[in-house]
Design a protein around this ligand. Structure first.
Ligand code: SF4
Ligand code: SF4
Length: 354
């Protein structure tokens, strides 16, 4: 019988020998070139890391190809980063170039270090999730094709984290990224009254709505709910708990874009990302409207931000009105917060720029 509650394997059993030996003794590190790091230990040992991009959604053949490189140059060891990049670690500097060559043969870019655009943290999209308002992997692919030069170089003022979530459940990091793409609906859920009674728990369904738009059906004989359309903002939360209230719509679904979030405490406290583009249509397979606007914002940030300034720090310094002016993004009524803590986001000062 198989064992249960055994937890993950102990990571220490999988450490390369040089990492195990120098665990907790690292003195400093440097970035030798984009995608290549050197860590030096107080014992004098050093390790070299080659970081390559990965599409995250990969085949087992892809994993086997990675294992072949690891077997050849890294004593069978490799690791994945928290942004799905792959890292090959070796104590032997001579292995760096062959690892880079092997990665190139697999079509994997070396980079993602320092002030670059590293991998895009993203979600399941139409490949696997039932609540997606947009797709994930194709947008990431279309974007990274265009932002490739920022992955393989370190020429930006600061780190620029991009993330994507295919619905406002926001699996991942879109609420705290320099630039973020999120799938949004624009139509009220369609209620299948027969099914609601059969497959949904009505109090939970009513309780799932952040704006209180869902009520019991006025006809007590009908075990279902109704939606006050003027209160619905198409979040899709009711569909998550009640599959009889679908709202995906080929025409209405699309994406919104957010900017200015960060997680680190460097210089300024962590920031939430904020809405900058309320809606762009889904335009598969390459989502050109999304790619264009992201490329434009990255270009304006690269030109205007100061050294080390993250997107949110830059916007805070110049002011949101200036950000909209520089990027040419039109300001719309949807930008004005009208939810629970809206008042805190409105301007309560006479300080602004014309
Ligand atoms: S963000 Fe939404 S659609 Fe995407 S994986 Fe998460 S729950 Fe599913
Ligand atoms: S989509 Fe969201 S706002 Fe609209 S009824 Fe469902 S839970 Fe409420």
């Amino acid at each position: 019988m198989s064992k249960s509650d055994i937890g993950p394997p102990n990571f220490r059993e999988m450490l390369p020998e040089v990492i195990e030996k120098n665990y907790g003794k690292w003195k400093y590190h440097e970035i030798l070139k984009p995608g290549v790091l050197r860590h030096v230990s107080e014992t004098g040992d050093e390790v070299f890391t080659v970081r390559t991009g990965s599409p995250r959604l990969v085949s087992i053949d892809f994993i086997r190809d990675l294992c072949d490189i690891a077997d050849k140059y890294c004593d069978g060891h490799l690791r994945f980063t928290s942004r799905y990049n792959v890292e090959f670690i070796t104590p032997n500097k001579k292995n760096v170039k062959p690892i880079m060559d092997e990665a190139k043969k697999l079509g994997l870019p070396v980079g993602g270090t320092g002030n670059s655009i590293s991998n895009i943290v993203h979600t399941q999209g139409w490949a696997h999730c039932h609540s997606a308002a947009t797709d994930s992997s194709p947008i990431v692919k279309a974007l990274m094709d265009e932002l490739y030069g920022y992955f393989t170089s370190m020429k930006l003022p600061g780190k620029l984290r991009v993330s994507l979530a295919c619905c406002i459940n926001m699996c991942g990091a879109i609420h705290c990224s320099d630039l973020a793409i999120v799938g949004v609906h624009t139509k009220v859920p369609k209620i299948d009254h027969e099914k609601v009674g059969a497959i949904c728990e009505i109090p939970t369904t009513i309780g799932s709505c952040p704006t209180g738009a869902i009520r019991r059906h006025p006809d007590k004989e009908i075990k279902s709910v109704v939606i006050r359309e003027d209160l619905c903002m198409y979040c899709g939360n009711c569909f998550t708990v009640c599959p009889a209230m679908p709202l995906a719509d080929a025409e209405g679904d699309g994406v919104a874009i957010y900017a200015g979030g960060k997680v680190s405490n460097a210089r300024k406290p962590p920031m939430f990302s904020r809405l900058i583009v309320p809606y762009l249509p889904n335009n598969p397979p390459r989502w050109p409207e999304v790619v264009d606007i992201i490329k434009k914002i990255v270009g304006v940030y690269a030109k205007n931000a100061r050294k080390y300034e993250r997107m949110g720090e830059w916007i805070e310094r110049i002011g949101w009105e200036k950000f909209f002016q520089l990027t040419g993004i039109p300001f719309a009524e949807q930008h004005i917060d009208d939810f629970t803590y809206a008042r805190e986001t409105w301007r309560t000062t006479t300080q602004f720029k014309w």
